[in-house]
Design a protein around this ligand. Sequence first.
Ligand SMILES: [Ca+2]
Ligand SMILES: [Ca+2]
Length: 451
Amino acid sequence: MGNSNRLWPSFFKNISGVTLTAIAVTQLPIAKAEYNFTYGDLSGSTSVLVGGAALSTKGVNFGLGQIDYRSGENHGDRADWFETFIKPKLELKYDLNDSVKFFSGLSFITTHTSGDGDAGGYTRGGDGRTSWEDLYLGAQYKDLSISAGRQSYVIGNGFIIADGHLGMLDEGTYWGDPRRAFEDTIILRYAGKSAFSAEAFTVTTDKHMGHQKLSGINMDYNSTYGKLGAAYIHVSDTDSNFQRTAPKNGMNVYDFRLMSMKLPGIDDLTLDAEYAVQRGSGEGVEFKGNAWYAQAAYTFSALPATPQITYRYAAFSGDDDATDGKRESWDPLAKGYMERGAWVIGDITGNYLLNNSNEVVGMWKAAFPITPEVTLGAAYYDFDLDKRNYYGTAVSSKEFADEAAIFADLTLTKNAYITLSYNQVKPKTAAKEVFGDKDFSAFQVYATYLF
Ligand SMILES: [Ca+2]
Ligand SMILES: [Ca+2]
């Protein structure tokens, strides 16, 4: 199995410059830090988060095989691997007086991958390292604060900005992906008792995402019926190799969203929607991308165990002519994992095959919280392409694949969380033309413990 026929996706990140973002763990329902302390005006908390994942995949890349990102070697269509990480964290706050406070956060993450490496070939057994995660300082005056350094930043539910770090190669833990802090951040925030909050920000992604600098303004307003949000983001300073393959410098993003909206008299129904466009021009390219989603979630509050059914339709534009000087494909920028299906859509498809660009996906999800500790559920995703190409390779149909998943989420104690899932992806015409016709499946166990 030589390199000559090396295909997607093991180098599509390089070709497209579009970055994948694997599942991040820090948003999982874990308990608050365990150790709080106060010495006079100084207070703080410490915690250590430990996590691990075991994954077994078959029919990798629909039978094409696991292709090493670095060497191009094909290791066959099964991959089994483990990922582990540890994240100690310290947060400090100093109250100078009633209206002035200083705060800081400091954490690092040590990661390790063993076994065959992830199915996408982005990591190998033996990869992993220790690096700073949070390293920031901030000051607060009444409702205004400013912070700078390395820190996390999320807009809305992470549709565009959530994860500043793509764990891959020597960093290990591609799938579990505990790293998400942005570099070189400055965040000026207004957040008080009023319903309105806002930030002016500049944040930079890591090298695997081309050090793209995202700067702008975000606003949120909590109304009686839900949360309204809007953001403006300007993209600059992307590394030249990324800029060549997926130009984004000069791009302006305009984002509008409605979150957790309630209709009068229908308390069991929750609606979410977001619409964003990428416009402007830069370095010989005009930007014409757009993306949106609409979601309805219904909780059967009168039934035992209050089952919840969710339907979501999401569309990310593609580009049918890469040579016309117009970039019509949506750039996922720094989107990130926030919960199952958002915004890594499909544990298999979203990690190894598609990345919220040239993608149209309908999702059904059902969750049954049978006890306070145990939730069982299932999800189904119908993936289509927006335009008839897969990262530039022409295909004859927009029908890409279907992914089905069953899962169990267990909160064993308030500090221990385990999730088990089995996912299976069936290729349709486009995926069969690019990859192969085998089902791509994964059994996944993931656990965290917070000390
Ligand atoms: Ca990450
Ligand atoms: Ca075009």
